[in-house]
Design a protein around this ligand. Sequence first.
Ligand SMILES: O=C(O)CCC(=O)C(=O)O
Length: 215
Amino acid sequence: MTQDLFDDEVQSAALPLGPGAVVLRRFARPDEAALQDAVRQVIEQAPLRHMVTPGGFRMSVAMTNCGDLGWVTDLTGYRYDPHDPESGNPWPRLPDVFRRLASEAASQGGFDGFVPDACLINRYEPGTRLSLHQDRNERDFSQPIVSVSLGISAVFLFGGPKRSDKARRVPLDHGDVVVWGGPARLHYHGVLPLKEGTHLFWDGCRINLTFRKAG
Ligand SMILES: O=C(O)CCC(=O)C(=O)O
């Protein structure tokens, strides 16, 4: 066996983060080209934008959505909306490759039957970060979250049910997928400021796809 093959085997393994949470190393790699096409098509219809928090702060991460519902924030609060507030149009439909990947990853993580209706697309540029938060705008916390990393690497923070719980630092590379649900569904998580990097598919940025069953 060559060292490359050995590395592939090691890195495609699942890394448990605790009960209900796992990193599936390289899980999305076989779909990387289809994912890139699909992300580009969504962004053409619903461009990335910097949303504003209820406190009036502009988010450093640029975001858009696809699916029946899209996560938005503005001065009135956080919510899911069936329409893109910038255009008034419904969000672009969830590409088939997104739906399939999210369902397969959820099953691999121990959550069979996951059918997402929302995908938040986050674009990180060097220096941007996402502070520790819980995902709690969804109706049904029995459904997991599936989070796909593409492009340059990042450090994901995965904490516990309280903001003050110590967060584990988890390096995430292109194609890694994190699944969390069940006892971990409301765990705090975030992303450290992105370091400079290059990537064949995504140049100097990181794209994250977060799939949820929101409605
Ligand atoms: O970019 C990531 O890895 C995490 C994204 C996230 O936490 C979110 O969209 O709520």
